[in-house]
Design a protein around this ligand. Structure first.
Ligand code: FES
Ligand code: FE
Length: 454
């Protein structure tokens, strides 16, 4: 297909118009695997999950299975989880510790460094003529760690991780850098399948606070007042409110940059997005002073918000869910949800966080189900011939973008806007049509200049 022509005809991110074929078309999806997933920085795992030499964690970059391995010298390497003999998936375990990776098909065996170490019947079958040095595992060429999170990128010419993040690092710090010692993953990883395109999930976490009062209306009615009152029944403190975050009159902000996005409400309460758990609320209030010292007042209080680092890493402050939306064809995703806790938190708080995370954003979580039902139903509608050709509106807040002077970086808007969604799809369309990272960067520069002058 002529990808440049078709992609630009399907989306006009600047004007906020989308044709739904981008959510259903197999050829678009194949191009995404090549141009988005094989060129972006993708979250692989948290450092705490592979602390010792030989520890490994298997995941995906797009649809490519990869294995992340702690090396003998303490460094981290990642490889395509595919045997070089006849292509079998090498490691089928989700995580563990090993001295070698041996293929279950014919027994080729690789070292932790990805080198092919031995092949069965080397003398009889290969007549000792196989050059093993040429058949090591395929290495992910770019790896980088950001405050405990390990990322990989297949594209050697991609910008460094910090440049790729840009202003998004400011938001990520508000999640990962709240206490001395950083974060860790608590409990296991919830993994489940949702029948929807990956962009619905990523876009919502990037931009869409507009759904919250309506989609989560029942949860808000029943639970939000519990979270916004002090759990011990004490009266509200100065500036505190028992109204939901969007109704408290304090407003909120939406941020867009490099395809990443964040949408959040201002609050006066360190535990505003905790929802149900008394012990977790107490913890956020008791550690507020340290957090404010480290990341400042706005981010210390900025619990009521969600975020996406382009393309598929999302997180929510307060309920502490960090999730990756692995694409599985145009019509399906596999969600992997990690519960993130401050390493310095007491064990009882980590246990409470694990429960509050699962209640809200586990596969059966009360907020999770509200969200995913929408994506599944949209995807079902898009089976229709007419539905597939009917454009979507993405124009909320169009033209009201601004830069703030209060330290909140990037292109911003009111939290109820689709600025970050437009930014997300602009980056998506740029990556889908650009031949190189130089071209992608040039296109991003045009957007920023125009927005700044608007
Ligand atoms: Fe792995 Fe043959 S496919 S050893
Ligand atoms: Fe939601």
């Amino acid at each position: 297909m002529d990808d440049k022509l078709n992609v630009r005809s399907l989306i006009d991110a600047e004007k906020g118009v989308v044709k739904p074929a981008i959510y259903t078309d197999q050829a678009i999806y194949e191009l995404e695997l090549e141009r988005v997933f094989a060129r972006s920085w993708l979250f692989l795992t948290h450092e705490c999950l592979i602390p010792k030499a030989g520890d490994f964690f298997t995941t995906f970059m797009g649809e490519d299975p990869v294995i992340v391995v702690r090396q003998k010298d303490g460094s981290v390497a990642a490889f395509l989880n595919q045997c070089r003999h006849r292509g079998m998936k090498l490691c089928h375990a989700e995580e563990g510790n090993t001295r070698a990776l041996t293929c279950p098909y014919h027994g080729w065996s690789y070292g932790l460094d990805g080198e092919l170490k031995s092949v069965p019947l080397e003398e009889e079958a290969y007549r000792n003529a196989l050059d093993k040095s040429k058949w090591g595992m395929r290495k992910v060429p770019r790896l980088a760690v950001y405050k405990g999170l390990i990322f990989g990128n297949w594209d050697e010419s991609a910008p460094g991780l910090e440049d790729y993040l840009g202003d998004m690092a400011w938001y990520l710090d508000g999640f990962l850098d709240r206490r001395e010692g950083g974060t860790e993953v608590v409990g296991g990883i919830h993994k489940w399948v949702i029948e929807c395109n990956w962009k619905f999930a990523a876009e919502q976490f990037c931009s869409d606070q507009y759904h919250a009062p309506y989609t989560h209306g029942s949860a808000v009615q029943v639970l939000q007042p519990v979270a916004t009152n002090k759990p011990d029944g004490a009266p509200l403190g100065e500036g505190q409110t028992d109204k939901p975050a969007w109704a408290n009159g304090l407003g909120g902000v939406q941020f867009s940059g490099n395809g990443h996005g964040s949408a959040f409400f201002f609050t006066e309460k360190p535990d505003a997005n905790v929802w149900v758990d008394g012990e977790v609320s107490t913890y956020f209030r008791e550690t507020y002073a340290e957090t404010e010292k480290r990341v400042g007042r706005v981010r210390a209080l900025r619990l009521a918000g969600h975020n996406t680092m382009f393309p598929t890493l999302s997180w929510l402050n307060g309920t502490q869910t960090l999730r990756i939306w692995h694409p599985r064809g145009p019509n399906q995703i596999e969600v992997w949800a990690f519960c993130i806790a401050d390493k310095a938190a007491p064990d009882s708080v980590k246990e409470a966080l694990k429960k509050s995370h699962a209640r809200a954003f586990g596969p059966a979580g009360f907020l999770e189900q509200d969200d995913s039902e929408n994506w599944v139903e949209v995807q079902k509608v898009l089976r229709g011939h007419m539905a597939k050709q009917t454009e979507f509106c993405m124009q909320m807040g169009l033209g009201f973008e601004e830069r703030r002077d209060d330290g909140i970086p990037g292109i911003t808007n009111n939290t109820f806007a689709e600025t970050a969604a437009r930014g997300f799809y602009k980056r998506w369309a740029d990556m889908m049509t650009a031949e190189s990272w130089d071209e992608i960067d040039a296109m991003a520069g045009i957007e920023l200049k125009e927005a700044a002058n608007a």
